[in-house]
Design a protein around this ligand. Structure first.
Ligand SMILES: Cc1cc2nc3c(=O)[nH]c(=O)nc-3n(C[C@H](O)[C@H](O)[C@H](O)COP(=O)(O)O)c2cc1C
Length: 189
């Protein structure tokens, strides 16, 4: 279903980062070419080795390697991708995206990417309903990003509420729908 599609998966520092392993595995299984960008925060939750192995590509995190001087071009990465999926998206990363900050590789790629961007928020219910987060999500929607609504249920905080990241198989379905709609309407982005 996703053969030939180039998908950039952004992983940020939320507890749902463990689900990004399943997401990457499913995308690769569907035939997509996958590259993963992690924030420093994400590396505390899931190892780059896991995501590099599943995606069959080195994980991207730094703008450059201080010793070798080699660097990752955020512009090239943004142009490479047919779709950028940020899952999980923390409150922090969404705030920075809404504000146009570019202080890590994931954010710089987001700002320079020409492809559409899907965002799967994941956080505690109170963080999600905070007016700042609500406004940031509205801003991201207004910029044309596709927000994948979080699910309601048991949260890592031990509380019940809305904030669970959409399940990986549901995200893959959204991605497949997105590409099949695009095929039917070639004139639209
Ligand atoms: C155990 C733990 C779980 C966390 N889970 C979340 C979460 O689910 N969502 C969220 O927005 N922030 C969560 N945070 C806070 C983020 O890790 C923190 O805001 C961090 O700065 C995010 O950085 P990033 O957006 O660059 O990845 C958690 C922190 C800890 C210590």
């Amino acid at each position: 279903m996703l053969k030939g599609k180039k998908i950039l998966v952004g992983v940020t520092g939320g507890i749902a980062a463990y689900k990004s392993a399943t997401l990457v595995r499913l995308l690769v299984k569907e035939g997509a070419e996958v590259k993963v960008i992690m924030t420093d925060g994400a590396i505390g939750f899931i190892t780059p080795l896991t995501l590099a192995t599943l995606s069959k590509n080195p994980v991207l995190n730094e703008f450059y390697e201080p010793l070798s001087g080699s660097w990752n071009s955020h512009v090239d990465l943004g142009l490479w991708a047919d779709l950028f999926v940020i899952a999980p998206a923390t409150a922090n990363t969404m705030a920075k995206m809404a504000g146009g900050l570019a202080d890590n590789l994931l954010l710089a790629v987001y700002l320079s990417a020409r492809c559409p961007c899907m965002v799967a928020p994941s956080m505690d219910a109170d963080m999600l309903s905070h007016p700042s987060t609500v406004i940031n999500m509205e801003t991201l929607k207004a910029y044309g990003n596709i927000i994948l609504e979080p699910d309601t249920g048991e949260l890592a905080s031990g509380l019940e509420g809305k904030g669970r990241m959409a399940e990986p198989d549901a995200i893959v379905k959204e991605i497949e729908n997105f590409f099949s709609k695009k095929k039917r309407k070639p004139a639209e982005r």
